[in-house]
Design a protein around this ligand. Structure first.
Ligand SMILES: *[C@@H]1O[C@H](CO)[C@@H](O)[C@H](O)[C@H]1NC(C)=O
Ligand SMILES: *[C@@H]1O[C@H](CO)[C@@H](O)[C@H](O)[C@H]1NC(C)=O
Ligand SMILES: *[C@@H]1O[C@H](CO)[C@@H](O)[C@H](O)[C@H]1NC(C)=O
Length: 421
């Protein structure tokens, strides 16, 4: 009898606690728009209302209204610097965070993050990125130590039990951000924000909410966008996050250069896609990598094992409480033969000029002349965002892959190359 009563009480307490935990989810909206009449304001209002109706607690950082300071300066530190000779913001703020000497406005924002289960960044896309005031929030609030460390980054990151997402409006129409559109692939645009900032700090990143071109959309279309978002919000906590490459795929040592383990690289040689938008390995980008969460992988036996390394995510069954769950990206076992990984791919070698592939180089290179590439598609692809490319003797692909990294040397045999001048 006593046992039965006990059990009854326990079950009651359990149910109650579960309900409360669900109800008490806290969402931080980091919001950057100047005008209360804007579409972004309307989105924010819908977000607040819908989340509060679900029982969430919503806290807001209205950055312009707060006059949030965007510049990362020594004003962020209270007291003496560790190194008075040379002020280094990252170092000094890390020490200041440890010693409780960060400026008050930063600490207030950090406390909001600590409370949040989900952080939504709401903004209009500025220059393929967040507005400066929001970038300033990221620069100043995501302090080393508080938000990341070398040991705690990406899927092992400080905020791995929290979720974050971008919700933004564009001035561009969607086709402009297609891989064949004028602005290029939106997945590429989102990579630095979603991988480089949010996931770097450990956040599970939910698929972005993109409001395409509201300013040029008729009222009905704007309303439809808001309604679509409102509907999505109902199931937001149940959503699976985007897929990123877990740290365990890499040799996490300075000696090893933080490079992909050779066996993983080897595994990818025969696969059709790269690992992520950023870890493309010179292959086609994995489809929708920065846009859509991957469905649970049901047949994880053979062909699925290709994705297994990176994407094997546990199916999310009890979606109501999913916000409380740990990172969905399964850590991978370390790879034994990592000794040679650092030398495997040389990122530094300049590429030899390309004498007869003028057309391909010119087609892909709108900004920087590409250095020639004598022999290697791989080496070219690795420099893509860094070095102007040398001319490429034999490969259209390699030329296009180095496009953002290496300036291309003039191509002597080519009428087109003259157009550089
Ligand atoms: C959003 O809500 C605020 C505060 O209630 C209000 O002042 C503003 O007009 C609303 N904006 C839009 C576009 O709905
Ligand atoms: C940083 O910005 C604030 C205003 O937000 C300004 O008062 C201050 O002078 C700036 N500091 C530097 C070093 O530019
Ligand atoms: C990236 O995102 C869009 C969806 O907006 C998709 O249509 C496009 O093909 C994607 N690019 C890749 C490489 O998946």
């Amino acid at each position: 009898m006593l046992y039965a009563v006990c059990l009854y009480v326990c079950v009651c307490v359990c149910v109650c606690v579960c309900v409360c935990v669900t109800a008490q989810k806290t969402v931080l909206i980091v919001y950057a728009h100047q005008s209360p009449g804007s579409f972004n304001a309307a989105v924010r209002n819908v977000t607040v209302k819908a989340l509060e109706e679900q029982g969430c607690r919503v806290i807001m950082s209205d950055l312009y209204a707060m006059n949030f300071r965007a510049n990362a300066t020594y004003d962020d530190i209270i007291g003496d610097w560790k190194n008075p000779e040379l002020f280094q913001y990252g170092e000094e703020t890390m020490h200041a965070w440890k010693e409780g000497r960060l400026s008050e406005d930063i600490v207030a924002e950090q406390n909001k993050i600590k409370e949040a289960d989900l952080v939504i960044f709401q903004f209009p896309l500025y220059w393929f990125s967040v507005p400066a005031i929001m970038k300033g929030w990221m620069d100043r609030v995501l302090t080393q130590g508080f938000a990341f460390s070398l040991e705690k980054m990406y899927n092992n990151g400080v905020f791995k039990d929290k979720k974050a997402m971008l919700s933004f409006s564009t001035g561009a129409m969607p086709t402009m951000f297609r891989p064949d559109g004028i602005n290029g692939d939106i997945n590429v645009t989102l990579w630095p924000l979603q991988n480089g900032i949010l996931h770097f700090c450990g956040f599970q990143v939910l698929a972005p909410q993109i409001f395409w071109c509201p300013v040029h959309s008729p009222h009905v279309a704007r309303t439809a966008m808001l309604e679509g978002w409102q509907a999505r919000l109902k199931g937001l906590f149940a959503e699976r996050p985007l897929t990123f490459a877990p740290c365990e795929l890499f040799d996490l040592s300075f000696q090893g250069g933080f490079l992909l383990h050779p066996s993983v690289r080897e595994e990818y040689r025969s696969l059709p896609y790269g690992i992520t938008t950023g870890h493309h390995l010179g292959k086609p980008l994995p489809p929708d990598n920065q846009i859509t969460a991957q469905p649970p992988d049901e047949n994880s036996g053979n062909s699925a094992s290709e994705d297994n390394q990176i994407t094997a995510q546990p199916p999310d069954e009890d979606s109501a409480n999913s916000a409380c769950e740990d990172n969905q990206i399964t850590p991978q076992p370390p790879d034994e033969d990592s000794a040679n990984s650092a030398s495997e791919d040389n990122q530094i070698t300049a590429q030899p000029p390309d004498e007869n592939s003028a057309n391909s180089a010119c087609e892909d290179n709108q900004i920087t002349p590409q250095p020639p590439d004598e022999d290697s598609a791989n080496s070219a692809s690795e420099d893509n965002q860094i070095t102007p490319q040398p001319p490429d003797e034999d490969s259209a692909n390699s030329a296009s892959e180095d496009n953002q990294i290496t300036a291309q040397p003039p191509d002597e045999n080519s009428a087109n190359s003259a157009s550089e001048d």
